[in-house]
Structures are given as C-alpha cells and as structure tokens.
Write a protein that binds this ligand. Structure first.
Ligand code: AQP
Length: 330
C-alpha cells in the first residue's frame, strides 16, 4: 500500500484553491492509502507572520480540514512543529542539496521579490518539504501544480542522499494532481493564495461569499451589461465548473455568450452554489469550534502516531550516516 503525505500552511484561511487543488483529493485518498496530513507551521514562519495569531490559525486550519472530511480514523492529522524530527531531517538534507537548485525554484524567486532581505528559511523551504515527506517514506504527494517543481527537487534530494548513504532507502515521491491544478484568485490573474488576499475561504458565511465575489474580475473585454462575454476568458466561469453540474455550467456559458445574464447575475448563481456546497462543512466546523479540547486531542494523538514513524526513520538515518550514538570506533 502506498503512503501519502501532504501539508498545508496555517498562514491564513483554508480557501477554495487549497480545497479544490489539494484537500478534496486528500479526503478521497485517505480511504485508499495510508495517509498523513500535516499543518506545516514551520513553513509558515518562513515569511512575515503574526506571532500572536499562529496558534489560532493552526487550530482553525485543523477545524477546516476536519470539517472538510479529513477523518482521523483513516489518516494521521498533526502539526509539524510537534514532531521535531522534521527539522532534523531537513538539516541532513541540506548537506546534500545544491544551492543552485534552491535558487532556481520559481516559488522562491516569486516570494523573495517581495522581501527586502531574503531569509535562508524561504530558500530552504523545499528542503524542509522533502524532509516532511521522506521522514514517513511517503511515495505520493497530492498537491496543486505550484508544488510540482518542489516535488522534482524532492526526488533529486532522495536520489542524492540514497547515492551517498544507503541505496534505495528513501522512495522518490510523485506528485498527484487533481483536475483543479491551479485555481486563479478573485483578481482573475494570480494563483488563489492566502498571502495575496484574493481568496474565498471555505468557511465563509453566504453574505461574505457574495461580498467577495461581487467585485471579482470577469472577462475584461465585457464592459457593458449588453456586451456578450467569453466564458473561456472569465475566471468566474472557471469556478462555476467546480461547483455546478454539467448542465448548469453549460447554462452559465450560454447566458454569458448571449449576454442573457450580466456578470452580476452569473456571480449570484456562483455565490449560491459555493454557499450550498460548503454548508455541511460550515456546520461541522461550528460543532468543532464549540469543542476546542477535542481538536487539541486529535492533533495530540496525530503527533504521537507521526513521531513513532519519524523516530524510527531518524534512528536509521543517523545510523547510515555514522551519527549513531555509541557507534564510535576510535
Ligand atoms: N490556487 C491554488 N490552486 C490549486 N492548488 C492550490 N494550493 C494552494 N493554492 C492553490 C495547494 O494547496 C495545498 C496547500 O497549500 P499551502 O497553503 O501549503 O501552500 P501554498 O501553495 O503556498 O498556498 P497559498 O494559499 O498560496 O499560501 P501562501 O500564500 O501562504 O503561500 C498545496 O498542495 C498547494 O499546492
């Protein structure tokens, strides 16, 4: 049986990009494979963040994941910083990772442009990510398209470590993509991203979904209500595809092309569809919010299970690298 690992940063709310690009897939895969889902708070500190909000965001992320259908009878859900072996293995992998490979990562280049002084943590993000996955010898990583390049580097790191210390020890994990590889944000151009503020959270109340959708960018060539639109150039249409049936999506496209609907009409239909889709998720989240001790208990039990696997890997890694306690022969 293959083992799956994936992570999500508690750097903001769980949004529909995360949900369609990753979380929905995790929920499906947890019944078919051994599965570990990690709230990666060590990754979240590689950018500026609000220290006083991190714990709350981690807790909220756990609520969002559990409410989305992550079931801890089927998978291990935990917080990265509760398992310190992640950072130990990251240090080990830094000793085999070429600096040039890290410098050419697209995500590093994009994010470092926005920072006055570039921190080493941001550049080493993919090394910690390799440690996250390989600590559990996971061979599949369900992610969005933005992470595919990091997965390639992860395989390279596994190959380099294996070649130097123990042939075949770490698997070479493969990315597993969904049909929603890259959800575009409400600005209609950039990837929907917590840090860009172009998101719709999955736990958003119906009025708030509408407030966010109302000003969202549509087909830029459609200026007046009477102009026919091109659904293929409209991000709102691309979102309809994930929340409506085939017939409904065809109706949206036809009303756009004929100018039968204005963009506001089209957004109202989408707003309603998103709101209905996530209603049960919002309800489950409200129950979980009312019981914070239960959420902490779930994360505590998850960390204990993860540590038992991680501890074994680190013990073997130390041994293969000549770091084993009591192995001194001098
Ligand atoms: N827009 C997206 N479309 C498809 N998949 C996406 N993912 C994120 N955004 C999209 C996938 O969600 C998983 C968790 O992502 P993450 O939060 O750990 O990292 P991220 O990709 O950096 O997400 P954000 O929202 O863009 O966070 P910030 O702004 O904090 O960096 C991953 O599998 C990711 O592929």
């Amino acid at each position: 049986m293959s083992r799956i690992f994936s992570g999500i940063q508690p750097s903001g709310e769980l949004h529909i990009g995360n949900y369609l690009g990753a979380v929905e897939n995790w929920v499906r895969l947890q019944r078919q494979h051994e599965c570990l889902i990690c709230i990666v708070d060590y990754h979240a500190i590689t950018q500026d963040y609000d220290v006083s909000a991190l714990q709350r965001r981690t807790h909220e992320m756990a609520i969002g994941l559990l409410a989305s259908g992550i079931d801890t009878d089927d998978c291990i859900l935990f917080t990265q910083s509760h398992v310190p072996e992640h950072t130990e293995l990251a240090w080990v992998f830094m000793s085999v990772t070429p600096l040039g490979d890290l410098e050419r990562m697209t995500q590093f280049k994009d994010k470092s442009k926005k920072q006055e002084s570039i921190r080493a943590g941001l550049m080493n993000y993919p090394v910690l990510q390799a440690a996250d996955v390989l600590l559990y010898k996971a061979d599949r990583v369900p992610v969005g398209e933005d992470q595919v390049q990091h997965l390639e580097l992860m395989r390279e790191i596994a190959r380099k470590w294996n070649a130097r210390y123990c042939d075949g020890y770490f698997p070479e994990p493969k990315a597993q993509l969904t049909r929603a590889r890259r959800i575009i944000g409400l600005d209609g151009s950039a990837k929907m991203s917590k840090s860009l503020g172009n998101t719709i959270g999955i736990l958003e109340e119906p009025e708030s979904i509408w407030k966010l959708l109302r000003p969202a960018v549509t087909d830029p060539a459609r200026i007046r209500r009477s102009d026919p639109g091109d659904p293929d150039k409209c991000n709102i249409y691309s979102l309809h595809k994930y929340f409506g049936s085939e017939d409904q999506t065809a109706e949206v496209a036809s009303n756009c092309r004929s100018a039968g609907w204005g963009c506001i009409d089209c957004k109202k239909v989408l707003s309603e569809a998103i709101s209905v889709h996530f209603r049960p998720v919002r309800e489950r989240a409200a129950d979980l919010r009312a019981n914070p001790a239960r959420v902490r208990e779930i994360l505590g039990a998850g960390a204990a299970k993860a540590r038992s696997i991680a501890g074994e890997t680190i013990r073997e890694v130390r041994e293969h690298m000549g770091l084993r306690e009591g192995s001194a022969s001098w």
